[in-house]
Each structure stands twice: as C-alpha cells, then as structure tokens.
Design a protein around this ligand. Structure first.
Ligand SMILES: Cc1cc2nc3c(=O)[nH]c(=O)nc-3n(C[C@H](O)[C@H](O)[C@H](O)COP(=O)(O)OP(=O)(O)OC[C@H]3O[C@@H](n4cnc5c(N)ncnc54)[C@H](O)[C@@H]3O)c2cc1C
Length: 426
C-alpha cells in the first residue's frame, strides 16, 4: 500500500462533527480528547470500563529513548528453543492458531537490521513529540501527572552486558533521535537506588525519560473527556459498523444502532476484529504481559529496568509495580501463575527491601502487537473509519501523540506525513 492511499479519502461534506471512538484505553481516550479540542462531539464506546485493557496494568514508562520496533535481529539470535519454555521471558505456546502463525512469520521476516532501521525512522518523529503531547494535556488541565524519571536505570549483572543496550542507544542516535544514556558502575547504581543488591554489577543511566501511574492517568483522561461534554458509554461493546447514508452506524452488543460522522477504532489487541472489514490486513496479536505490585522499604526514585530478564519496575503510589513477560497467546486466556513466578524468580536476586511475596493486583493484559512492530494509525478503506492502535510495548508513551495526529487525520480526512509509515492498509 503506498502512502498515497493515506492521503486519498476525504470528506466531501466538511469535517465530522460527531465522532465515535471504540475502545476506552489510552489511545482511544487521547484521540477523543484531541478531537474535542476541535469542538467535535464525542461518544466513547467501551465494552468493559475505561482503562480496562492493556492501559491498566502496564509499567507506565514514557521512555522515547527505548520506544523502538519490537522485531529486531537479536530476537532471532535469542533462539526458538527458549521461547517454548513457560519460564522464558518471551513465550510462544506450542500450538499456534492461524493469526499467531501469520504474526510470527511476519515478525521473523521483519527481524532484520534493515527493517529495524526503517521502523526506527518511522518512530523518530513520534518519539520526538511523545512527551510534548502529555504536556499539552497537562496544560489544558488534565490533572494526572507525569513524573520525571530521576534516574532511569537499566540494570545488569556484569559490565559487558551493558554493551547491547549501549549499542542500541547508539543506533537510535544514528537514526536521528536525541537519546542520552551512559554506563555507570554497579556501585554507583546502588548508591542511587538502595533497593538494588550487589548482584547489579553495572547499569546504564538514561536521562530525559518519564513515567506515570497508568490507572490514575487513564481515569483522569476519561474524566476530562466527560467534563468536556463527551459521552462515555461503558459496558457496551461494538459488534459492527455499517455505512448509513452520509454517516456510519455503530451497532452495539445491546442491539442499538447509533449514527456518527466517523468512527475511530482503538480496540487494542482486538483491533483486527472490526478493522478487518475495512481493508486492514495486518494481524494484531496479543503480546500478553503480567504485572503485580509489592511493598518496598525505600521506594526507588525512578523506574528500574532489567533488560536480560525483561522485567520493568515502576514506583506507583505507595507500592512498586513489577511487570514483564511477552506471551504470544490468545487475548482473554486466563492468567498463568507460572509467569508471575517466573518474573518473581528473575528479579529477586536484584532487589532488596522489596517483599516480592506480598503481591497485590496480579494482572495479565495484552499488548497489541503487529508483525512489523509499527502501530496502525490512519484512515482505512472507508473514509469514515479510522484506526488507532497496534503500539505493542509503547501504547502509553505514544497514546497522546497518536491521539493528536489521528484527530487531525479525522478532521482533515487525510493523515499527516508522520502517520504515513503507520498506514493501516499497508
Ligand atoms: C506488562 C505490560 C507492560 C507495559 N508497559 C508499557 C510501558 O511502560 N509504556 C508503554 O508505553 N506501554 C506499555 N505497555 C503497552 C501498553 O499497555 C499498550 O500498548 C497500550 O495500553 C495500548 O492501549 P490501547 O488503548 O491501544 O489498548 P487498550 O488499553 O487495550 O484499550 C482497548 C480498549 O478497547 C476495549 N474494546 C475492545 N474491543 C471492543 C469493542 N468491540 N467494543 C468496545 N470496546 C472494546 C477494551 O475493553 C479496552 O478497554 C505495556 C503492556 C504490558 C502488557
């Protein structure tokens, strides 16, 4: 699909005034909010409650320095053997369905240095503006805050293990992104964060990053949308979209039919379900992750990242949220307690004063992953249907900037150049 398609469909009858957003996660709510900026009347349909999807239990990192395409050559080096073990941080079940097979084939095909560089070039302009979009929300009175990560530490057992992350940061810099990170000794890392044990022998400190409290942030964004006159319809799923004259009707699980000028699909890991009918062929696969919260004696000052174990820790209110795992399984499958145990075992040697056995809010949620690691954002084969999602590991960090750009696309009937690589019809 060429980018010309992105610039193709246009509303003949002027900008839409009434828009439905399907999905009340970070991406859908941010899109709703930015559409309201232009005076659009918004209805958000959420099958569950706002923030009930991946936007609830994630690590809350706003880390443009790490926001890169998921498929990369190291994924192949990691080896297939490891991914079939339930204790492995990346897990693929032995029995794969058709969507998973299509996803994995595409994913492997995109795990080359050349594709990674192309993906990085696409992410660059979004990463550059990602934090700014949060500032726009804050300046307009959305009360939930973002916190500067002082410090953001990626922790390793040995100094030589830092080399891969340092090389990745270098590659991101080569792609034109302003990323500042440098290796520090384990001693220095432990002096900064007393929750680290002497098993942390080296670290990489990355500056200029932030984090947030995901449930609080999403709730406050939802309140902001509502207080500006938006309608949040919770507990109602959308089962179909039908063209209706000069508009589009949303058909709900309760059998109701509501006409809107345009619809934005922001249904996370389930994006393929409704978007498929409108020419979106990219499979969206659930990359399931787990999290829980634990008490700490001394709360870390910022996020702690254990790249080899693929575990993320984030200070959230009075507790530390611990998150990890990439499990390519069906969205909605039950939580597998073995993954929680695997996260606990992986991180236990590195943390002190953290009671990993007093866990609350054990959670599993689905990252919406695409085979090429790029979001799906733009107009579909129908000029009245847009999609916003497929951000994989980075839908919180990129939610607001995506919302801002999609809102512009809906209003103009065409996507801006920044969105061209994310053409949902590619
Ligand atoms: C363990 C873990 C850690 C993560 N850490 C980070 C991080 O640190 N930083 C970061 O940027 N990202 C992180 N992510 C990824 C991030 O959580 C997701 O990319 C992001 O939440 C996706 O947002 P979304 O709005 O697209 O989807 P969701 O939050 O999943 O929202 C989709 C919503 O659509 C609703 N829905 C679905 N179908 C329908 C329908 N037919 N009708 C009505 N409603 C429907 C769902 O109920 C859901 O509420 C992490 C993810 C996981 C799992």
């Amino acid at each position: 699909m060429s980018s010309s398609h992105q610039h193709g469909p246009k509303f003949v009858a002027g900008s839409p005034r009434q828009v439905a957003v399907v999905g009340g996660g970070m991406v859908g709510l941010a899109t709703a909010w930015f559409l309201q900026e232009a005076g659009v009347q918004i209805t958000v349909y959420e099958r569950d409650s706002v923030g009930a999807g991946a936007s609830w239990g994630n690590a809350g990192w706003l880390t443009p320095a790490l926001t890169v395409p998921l498929p990369e050559p190291a994924v192949l080096r990691y080896g297939l053997r490891a991914v079939f073990s339930p204790r492995s941080p990346v897990y693929v079940p032995l029995r794969a369905d058709a969507t998973l097979l299509r996803f994995l084939t595409g994913f492997v095909g995109h795990s080359t240095a050349r594709r990674w560089r192309a993906g990085m070039a696409a992410y660059g302009p979004l990463n550059e503006r990602a934090l700014e979009a949060f500032d726009v929300l804050a300046a307009a009175g959305v009360p939930a805050v973002t916190h500067p990560a002082r410090p953001f530490l990626a922790c390793f057992r040995r100094e030589r293990e830092t080399e891969r992350l340092c090389a990745e940061l270098e590659a991101i810099r080569d792609a034109g992104q302003d990323v500042r990170g440098h290796p520090i000794t384990g001693w220095r890392a432990r002096a900064m964060e007393p929750a680290l044990t002497d098993q942390v022998g080296a670290a990489v400190q990355i500056s200029g990053q932030r984090y947030l409290h995901p449930p609080e942030f999403v709730r406050s964004l939802a309140l902001a949308v509502r207080s500006r006159g938006g309608e949040l319809v919770e507990g109602v799923g959308v089962v179909d979209l039908q063209h209706a004259g000069d508009g589009i009707s949303v058909v709900t699980s309760t059998g109701e039919r509501q006409r809107h000028d345009a619809v934005v699909l922001a249904t996370g890991a389930e994006l393929g379900r409704l978007a498929g009918r409108f020419g979106v062929r990219q499979p969206v696969q659930a990359g399931r992750g787990y999290s829980f919260s634990v008490p700490v004696e001394r709360m870390p000052c910022g996020p702690l990242y254990f790249p080899a174990q693929r575990v993320a820790c984030t200070p959230l209110g009075g507790r530390l949220r611990v998150a990890g795992m990439m499990e390519f399984r069906r969205h909605g499958a039950p939580l597998d307690p073995r993954r929680i145990t695997a996260i606990v075992d992986a991180v236990r040697p590195f943390l002190t004063g953290v009671d990993l056995d007093d866990r609350r809010n054990e959670w599993v949620g689905s990252r919406p992953c695409t085979p090429d690691g790029l979001p799906l954002a733009g107009v579909t084969a129908s000029p009245r249907v847009f999609v916003a999602g497929g951000h994989g590991m980075w839908g919180i960090a990129l939610g607001p900037i995506t919302g801002q750009l999609i809102a512009q696309a809906v209003l103009k009937g065409e996507a801006s150049p920044e969105l061209a690589p994310f053409d949902p019809l590619r």
